[in-house]
Design a binder for this molecule. Structure first.
Ligand SMILES: [Zn+2]
Length: 163
């Protein structure tokens, strides 16, 4: 097994990173558009531990680690400036930041306070009014757009937004 990158952090992450007490390592085959976000996500877990931040559930901690990583990768002011000069193009933001297009859709929704969900083959992410909506409901929305939601295919995922 070869390791490409060592940065301070902890914890496991969906099989893409391996735990040590104060380091994370990413597999050499991690896709470049995932590497930065995953390293920052794992770093968030280290910071939570070092500062004794506790969470009610593992999901809450993972959500906060995702949010920390998104903010570190693309701060709100920078995303707003990007949108002013380049438009709200998720593909362009993803390329600029070195992240995935799905991540860029979610980050625009966070920054602009919009409701959006991404339904992937194995994961569902929600922002705004979609937070707390059951995964099965979001998967149903992704299959059958309505007058209330629009569905945009992005790779193997579906991005759902309110009309
Ligand atoms: Zn995590």
């Amino acid at each position: 097994m070869s390791w490409r990158r060592f940065v301070p952090a902890l914890v496991r992450h969906r099989g893409r990173a391996i735990s040590f007490t104060d380091k994370i390592a990413q597999r050499a085959r991690i896709r470049p558009e995932h590497a930065g976000f995953v390293a920052l996500h794992e770093h968030a877990h280290i910071l939570f531990r070092e500062h004794r931040v506790t969470f009610a559930t593992e999901l809450e901690e993972e959500t906060c680690a995702d949010y920390f990583a998104a903010c570190a990768l693309a701060p709100r002011a920078a995303v707003r400036a990007f949108a002013r000069s380049c438009g709200r193009d998720p593909e362009a933001l993803a390329a600029y930041v070195g992240a995935t297009e799905i991540w860029a859709h979610l980050r625009f929704a966070e920054v602009f306070g919009e409701s959006l969900a991404v339904v992937g083959p194995s994961m569902v992410w929600a922002r705004g009014d979609f937070v707390g909506v059951h995964e099965s409901t979001l998967r149903e929305c992704a299959r059958s757009p309505s007058t209330e939601v629009r569905v945009l295919p992005v790779g193997r995922a579906r991005v759902i937004s309110l009309r």
